[in-house]
Design a binder for this molecule. Structure first.
Ligand code: HAM
Length: 416
């Protein structure tokens, strides 16, 4: 027997309605904010993520599904949606179109991480990207989109925000971080020694106990923001206040991807353990330029669909049940089953949810099956019914039965 690859999951037919519900609410929310769907390929040139996500990040150094295709190109399954969206924005000349360009996506993403509850190797994101606006109001708008979605889904989560400044303030902050960590370099983990040299901000992201302890006393970026970034952060907070969205400032949020500038945020749930970030994002004013476009401010976020579903399950949020067949047509023998089949075809053409027997079961067993799938009515066709041209229709809720002519079935079930 061949098993499913580690860190991946089947969404079974009995469970998929939950996904459809979350995705439906996400699409509905996107529409309220004039966000249009973008679909990009599942794989991109590896270089896009190296330059976009950053080649000192865990994602790029350890977690990418990278392979050479038959044309000897280095290809990577997308570990997230932003880099592909940015590539598409540039390649399709969206900068010359109407700005801001507001879009959303629902996409699988792939990261070779150690699987655990809420952490998969293939997972799914609902993401939003807004290109073209540098205003802090747009950062708040992105947060409000996420907040609206989470509230519509009935999730109770905490919003944490921070600003990680621009390259100017980052330079001063990186210098301060280097000064702070310099006496401790020997005690840092292997990866952090490289981070110390190449990208000190990433030191704050380390999950190793020893490094985490050191990080606790490290200087925080908020003290190093330049005047413009500090003012931008103030505006961001003002707009969140205006929107009535509660937040905490957490100066330790630096995010695991290199493209961020200024505002960053995470929505955290305490219901699902260590992998509590259900939704995260921020501003990334340098990304478009970094991957070959002209300077273009942008902001966005992504929510992990598996994590949203996990929180909903753990906190007992009810997901509307999928619809059930209006009528199950039960046939006694082959001739009756053929009549049931013919009527079912007609009913479905009229938009009526109908089901029939596919297993050649007895009438009793067909009733049992109809009950199991929640059919509202069972229309029985036996020898007598066939010769009279009438089915015996039983309402499963009341137990009442009546004869309905085969020709009248559509009219009878429409609107039931
Ligand atoms: P991220 O924080 O890496 O950001 O991922 C966003 C969300 O995806 C996380 O909050 C989490 O819910 C989910 N997620 C991430 N990794 C996994 C995993 N291994 N298993 C299950 N769920 C996971 C980004 O991906 C950015 N592109 C977000 C963004 C969009 N920033 C600006 N625009």
């Amino acid at each position: 027997m061949i098993n499913i690859p580690k860190g991946t999951k089947d969404v079974l037919p009995s469970e998929s309605y939950k996904w459809q519900y979350v995705e439906g609410v996400a699409r509905e929310t996107a529409q309220l904010f004039n966000l249009k769907e973008l679909r990009t390929p599942t794989f991109e040139h590896t270089e896009l993520f190296q330059r976009g996500v950053g080649d000192t990040t865990d994602i790029v150094t350890k977690e990418m599904y990278t392979f050479r295709d038959k044309g000897d190109r280095s290809i990577t399954l997308k570990p997230e949606g932003t880099a592909g969206a940015a590539r598409s924005f540039i390649e399709n000349g969206m900068a010359n179109g109407v700005l801001p360009a507001k879009m959303y996506y629902i996409t699988p993403a792939f990261r070779y991480e150690r699987p655990q509850a809420g952490r998969l190797r293939e997972f799914h994101q609902f993401g939003v990207e807004i290109f073209g606006s540098k205003s802090a109001q747009t950062d708040a708008e992105a947060v409000v989109v996420a907040d609206t979605l989470l509230k519509k889904l009935g999730l109770q989560v905490k919003l944490c925000i921070n600003s990680i400044g621009c390259p100017t303030c980052r330079a001063a902050y990186n210098k301060a971080l280097k000064e702070f960590f310099a006496p401790h370099v020997e005690n840092l983990c292997y990866d952090c020694k490289t981070r110390f040299e190449k990208n000190p901000l990433r030191l704050l992201d380390c999950k190793e106990e020893n490094c985490k302890k050191l990080n606790a006393d490290a200087p925080t970026i908020l003290q190093y923001l330049c005047e413009d970034c500090a003012a931008h952060f103030e505006s961001f907070k003002t707009c969140l206040d205006l929107a009535g969205v509660a937040y905490e400032i957490d100066p330790r949020i630096v995010r695991g991807l290199d493209y961020y500038t200024r505002s960053v945020f995470e929505f955290i749930s305490t219901a699902i353990g260590a992998q509590g970030a259900v939704c995260a994002g921020g501003r990334y004013d340098g990304l478009i330029e970094d991957i070959g476009g002209s300077a273009m401010p942008a902001v966005g976020f992504a929510a992990g669909i598996e994590r949203l579903l996990m929180v909903m399950e753990h906190t007992g949020v009810e997901i509307p049940a999928p619809s059930v067949p209006t009528v199950y047509l039960a046939g006694m023998d082959e001739a009756c089953r053929n009549k049931a089949f013919e009527i079912a075809v007609r009913l479905r053409k009229a938009g009526i949810f109908a089901e029939i027997d596919h297993m050649e079961r007895s009438i009793k067993a067909q009733f049992k099956y109809a009950d199991k799938i929640g059919a509202k009515y069972v229309a029985v066709i036996g020898g007598n019914e066939l010769s009279e041209g009438k089915a015996n229709v039983k309402c499963m809720a009341t137990g009442e039965s009546e004869g309905v002519c085969f020709e009248d079935m559509c009219a009878y079930f429409l609107g039931k």
